[in-house]
Ligand binder design. Structure first.
Ligand code: NAD
Ligand code: UD1
Length: 338
């Protein structure tokens, strides 16, 4: 299929490009590089040995979208382009609604004008909010606790309303759990532009000597070792979920959400121990106060994705930590190492 990938130069997008091309799909990227570098796509081209057409610009630009639709004529869109920093979303709600909801709206308008009927959307497990039960299934109530989460939920609602008015369409909503890890080539990976907000890139930067110590945000949670538990998923497994979703979208109509996680969860202390084993480096840690907005534990029930998308995560925790270490140690300054 010909697939337009918005935000394709980002962390998850770049890994997904490689999995799509490995399955014979033709890809085209639209990215404004607000959180990525064009060199990422050079690495993707080298690894795949395939051309990747890229348009530089904003997903909210109608004229640019019309140009891409006319020139590339996509049969489906995978929509990664968006902003994802929870703290920043609380300080800049309008900016977040503008990009995350406005971007999805502009894209759907352009898809309607061009007659494109399939979209795969990057949502997040954060739409569920405080767990009423775990593991979360897709029927769990949605009550996101951040502006970021509410923009994702609003975009999900928009997609459902779009489908309701156009029954021939398919919107696949993927609710990601915690993506970590890097491509086995160690050529592409997560490259935070600032101090990492998330656990895994922070640990990796401590291991490589860029930061002194990991702050563990609370060890008094109601979990076996007192630290927060999450369902970490290898980014290559996540990328493959998009290939499966694309196949699904060719065979189904509807607007349907799927949890994309492993169904396993690990604590902060378990992640640190696993990373020490993978890297052979000591990871100094300090216990500090809980981070506002954090929950004790979360975990996916991914059986809907397993059954309906025919997708299942296959990478282990060791795969996640080893690939992160290979990427971080071979690219200590991320893509700036180029
Ligand atoms: P990322 O920041 O690495 O990738 C997003 C890409 O979109 C970047 O290349 C950025 O330059 C581009 N972009 C942002 N705004 C744009 C705009 N207005 N126009 C064009 N391009 C734009 O993030 P990621 O981790 O790869 O996440 C991809 C998607 O998945 C996002 O929508 C994010 O909210 C969602 N998501 C991520 C996580 C996670 O933990 N990484 C978890 C759940 C959901
Ligand atoms: C965070 C976001 C969430 C987003 C997800 C994936 C918040 C409050 N939540 O979730 O909306 O969907 O990232 O991008 O920001 N930890 C430390 N020290 C650190 C960093 C993290 O102890 O320096 C702990 C956290 O308290 C948590 C675990 O590590 O228990 C994982 O944290 P993180 O990687 O930020 O993911 P989430 O908290 O799940």
């Amino acid at each position: 299929m010909r697939v337009l990938v918005t935000g394709g130069a980002g962390y998850i997008g770049s890994h997904t490009l490689l999995e799509l091309m490995a399955q014979g799909h033709e890809v085209c990227v639209l990215d404004n590089y607000c959180n990525a570098r064009p060199v990422v796509l050079d690495r993707v081209r080298n690894l795949s040995n395939r051309p990747v057409t890229a348009y530089t610009g904003d997903v909210r630009q109608a004229t640019l979208l019309d140009q891409v639709m006319a020139e590339f004529a996509p049969e489906a869109v995978i929509h990664f382009a968006g902003l994802k920093a929870v703290g920043e979303s609380m300080r800049d709600p309008l900016g977040y609604y503008d990009v995350n909801l406005g971007g999805t709206l502009a894209l759907l308008h352009a898809m309607d004008r061009a007659g494109v009927r399939r979209i795969i959307f990057s949502s997040s497990a954060t739409v569920y909010g405080d767990p009423e039960y775990l593991p979360y299934d897709e029927a769990h109530p949605t009550a996101p606790t951040s502006v970021y989460g509410r923009t994702k939920l609003a975009a999900e609602t928009l997609l459902r309303d779009w489908h309701a008015a156009h029954p021939e369409t398919c919107a696949v909503i993927l609710r990601y759990f915690n993506p970590v890890g890097a491509h086995p080539s160690a050529q592409i990976g997560e490259d935070p532009s600032d101090t990492p907000n998330n656990l895994m890139p922070f640990i990796a930067q401590v291991a490589v000597g860029k930061r002194g110590a990991l702050q563990i945000f609370g060890d008094d949670y109601d979990t076996p070792d007192g630290t927060g538990q999450r369902d970490y998923i290898h980014v290559v497994d996540l990328a493959r979920a998009h290939v499966a979703a694309l196949r699904y979208s060719a065979e189904h109509t509807g607007a349907r959400a799927f949890n994309i996680g492993t169904g396993e969860s690990y604590s902060v202390k378990q992640m640190v121990a696993a990373f020490q084993t993978a890297s052979g480096q000591d990871i100094p840690c300090q216990i500090t106060a809980r981070r506002t907005g954090d929950i004790a534990a979360m975990q996916a029930n991914a059986s809907r994705a397993n059954q309906e998308l025919g997708w299942k995560a296959t990478h282990s925790l060791a795969d996640m930590t080893q690939s992160t270490w290979a990427w971080q140690s071979q690219n200590p300054d991320g893509y700036e190492s180029d």
